[in-house]
Design a binder for this molecule. Structure first.
Ligand SMILES: [Zn+2]
Length: 260
């Protein structure tokens, strides 16, 4: 099997050339060379292919054939041609394979993060032990905290409610778009809600319960928005109104005829 075919199998879509493949009972060791393509300077982003020196970088990767996999990358240190750049040289990063200072491949980091988000630290670490991937709960918890929160995007229709952080003592505010959470605010104060709304002028409808702080926050932060009651409170109001009417006209109710 040629080098290019092995690279396609082990490192699909990554611009490296497999130089050597060593298979032992415990691990797969893959020596790779980065391509001859120019790489971006980590200081200014200008691309360069002027090599100052080469060095070896070892990266843990996802297991292959039931064994630990280790990538030994012969990486380049490139000279930056931008006279205004503060860096004279910079270590190249191979797209989709390396990140600065990382000792894992991008693919392995993504896998660790996914499992950490689904299972949490300790159960995730146990699973990886079975998969012959070396990690620990602290690493997984650190990865959970690392990725930036996804942007909520425009929220024309917003739901707001409170939830207890410590029942009876500390409450926070949760903001929802349709079927998905958008943000969590530290308390349920009107000023906090208004401040968030001022950063989101796209809000047109605010669905809330009868809490005064939500009403005041919405009026102050999003005067353009229409405030509506949520479905649960509408039904609750309706049920209470029906009970009141029936209570007032109890005397008018007749006993139902006996059925045969
Ligand atoms: Zn530069």
């Amino acid at each position: 099997m040629g080098g290019v075919q092995i690279a396609d199998l082990l490192l699909p879509g990554i611009a490296v050339e497999v130089d050597q493949l060593v298979l032992t009972d415990a691990e797969v060791r893959v020596a790779v060379l980065s391509g001859a393509v120019p790489a971006a300077c980590s200081g200014c982003g200008r691309r360069s292919s002027t090599v100052r020196c080469c060095y070896q970088r070892t990266l843990a990767d996802r297991p292959a054939a039931g064994r630990r996999e280790r990538i030994e990358l012969r990486a380049r240190r490139l000279v930056c041609g931008n006279e205004l750049c503060t860096r004279r040289t910079s270590a190249e990063q191979v797209p989709a394979l390396t990140r600065r200072y990382a000792r894992r491949t991008v693919a392995l980091t993504a896998q660790l993060t996914d499992v950490a988000l689904f299972l949490g630290g300790r159960p995730g670490a146990r699973l990886f032990q079975r998969m012959t991937i070396d990690t620990c709960k602290d690493t997984l918890l650190r990865l959970i905290r690392t990725p930036p929160l996804p942007s909520s995007g425009p929220v024309p229709h917003l739901g707001v409610d409170e939830f207890a952080v410590q029942r009876g003592r500390t409450y926070a505010m949760i903001l929802m778009a349709t079927h998905r959470p958008v943000d969590v605010l530290v308390d349920r104060a009107a000023a906090t809600f208004a401040s968030w709304l001022r950063d989101h002028p796209e809000v047109r409808i605010i669905c809330r319960d009868r809490a005064g702080s939500f009403r005041d926050g919405a009026q102050a932060g999003a005067p353009q928005a229409r405030q509506v009651a949520d479905a649960w409170h509408l039904l609750n109001n309706l049920a209470q109104a029906v009970e009141r009417v029936i209570g007032r006209h109890r005397a008018d109710l007749r006993h139902p005829p006996h059925l045969p």
